[in-house]
Design a protein around this ligand. Structure first.
Ligand SMILES: Nc1ncnc2c1ncn2[C@@H]1O[C@H](COP(=O)(O)OP(=O)(O)OP(=O)(O)O)[C@@H](O)[C@H]1O
Ligand SMILES: [Mg+2]
Length: 418
């Protein structure tokens, strides 16, 4: 392997750390590469590493300039086509000049090893700060949330600046935001981080290149990166800052991609009850599955975050239950159609049962009326018979008829007989 290159199982565990991953990382960690010359640079200290390679604190010998030097070695960087695209993307990113975007000084290749020299930022990556509990709720939940909103608004400004110049980030995540000693965020890895993934097939290389947790649902399908997919990733970072978790944290890549595409994220206040409803609404708007329901650009997201900071009403509105149901049915048309069909079928079944029951009720009422009519007629016959027998002097027989009639219909005072 070339300097800084890693074996696939190392990269795999880096993307999805699990039990015993530390051991694996230690066993496969590349030999320190410090104190050595690399082209015009002297490598002084290993700062960290991600899916694409290793970052060193380095010094340009002639210029005496300190830089962060990224030696690329991730999956796919052996392909010359990919390396060519990397140089193109890095050149586009190098034209960005913004106080919150880490400038790229140069890209190059040394003994076949592509590299990227960028401004060295003394600080910590945002993901590490979150893991250290730097954004945990202290006595003032409002103060922390104002800090979070301010930080993300600054990042969104930087993203907007790049978008206006036609550069997408493609891999916005807390690990790509460095926070300096003054607490200011600086965005890095514009445009280049997801190149290898795009080039060599999403799910296969996803396992090598890290978590897809920040990836927009449409990218888990067959769409390509867009302003909307960057806005989605900003929403994931906000979610992470508010809750300490990603919206989806499934273990395997396939399950993770399914959840990103199909499952609604748990609202942040369900994890941290103190999350302000406005920040929750802003966050969930970024995380909408349909790109056109998100903020149309990063500037509008930044504006809403600043409205929250200024205690003004935000523009985003929480989705109603009916809207959520409608969106769900659009995402799962087959299941929704089946449920509607089941509803219709069981509706038809229920009305048939109801109709039959009503009919039976009507029949039994008619039957009861008929029976009553027949009994009245019989009574009348008995009374008439008794009359005739009395007239003929057959008193005993007449009394027997009357007795039978009375047993059938007892005399109730005040009510007529028969
Ligand atoms: N410009 C920089 N200045 C100072 N440190 C940096 C700089 N760029 C990167 N680092 C350090 O190097 C680490 C690794 O960065 P890298 O971009 O390789 O990893 P990642 O962001 O986790 O993954 P990915 O390869 O997907 O971007 C960072 O977490 C950070 O600590
Ligand atoms: Mg990075």
């Amino acid at each position: 392997m070339r300097p800084g290159e890693h074996c696939p199982s190392y990269l795999l565990r880096l993307g999805f750390p699990g039990e015993g991953s530390e051991d694996v990382l230690e066993r496969h960690r590349p030999a320190p590469f410090t104190g050595q010359k690399f082209g015009p640079y002297e490598l002084l200290e290993r700062l960290g590493e991600g899916g694409m390679g290793t970052v060193y604190r380095a010094r340009h010998g002639e210029l005496g300039r300190w830089v962060a030097l990224k030696l690329l070695s991730g999956a796919g960087f052996a392909s010359s086509h990919l390396v060519a695209r990397f140089h193109l993307e890095a050149q586009a990113a190098a034209r960005l000049d913004h106080p919150h975007i880490i400038p790229i000084y140069e890209t190059g290749e040394e003994a076949g090893q592509p590299y990227l020299a960028m401004k060295l930022v003394e600080g910590q990556s945002l993901d590490r700060l979150i893991r250290q509990g730097q954004f945990e709720w202290g006595p003032s939940a409002r103060a922390v949330q104002v800090r979070i909103a301010g930080l993300l608004a600054t990042v969104a400004d930087a993203v907007q600046y790049a978008h206006q110049r036609g550069v997408l980030h493609r891999d916005l995540k807390s690990a790509n935001i460095l926070v300096d000693a003054a607490g200011e965020p600086h965005l890095t890895d514009f445009g280049i981080a997801k190149l290898a993934q795009e080039e060599s097939g999403l799910t296969r290389t996803m396992e090598l290149l890290g978590t897809p947790g920040y990836m927009a649902p449409e990218l888990a399908g067959d769409s390509t990166a867009s302003v909307a997919s960057d806005v989605y990733s900003l929403g994931v970072i906000l979610y992470e800052l508010l809750t300490g978790h990603l919206p989806f944290e499934a273990k395997g890549t396939a399950e993770m991609l399914r959840q990103i595409r199909e499952v609604e994220p748990r609202p942040p206040a369900g994890i941290n009850a103190e999350v302000h409803p406005d920040l929750q609404t802003i966050c969930l708007k970024c995380l909408a599955k349909e790109p056109d329901r998100r903020y149309p650009n990063a500037a509008e997201l930044a504006e809403d975050l600043r409205r929250y900071i200024r205690n003004e009403p935000i523009q985003a509105r929480p989705a109603s239950a009916r809207e959520r149901l409608w969106r769900w049915s659009r995402r799962k048309p087959a299941l929704a159609a089946t449920l509607v069909l089941l509803g219709v079928v069981s509706g038809i079944g229920l009305s048939a049962v109801f109709w039959q029951w009503q009919r039976a009720e009507r029949l039994s009422a008619a039957e009861a009326r008929e029976r009553q009519r027949a009994e009245s007629a019989l009574q009348q016959l008995r009374l008439d018979g008794a009359d005739t027998l009395l007239a003929e002097g057959e008193n005993a027989l007449a009394m027997a008829h009357l007795g039978q009639a009375l047993r059938q219909t007892p005399i109730i005072p005040g009510q007529p007989i028969g």
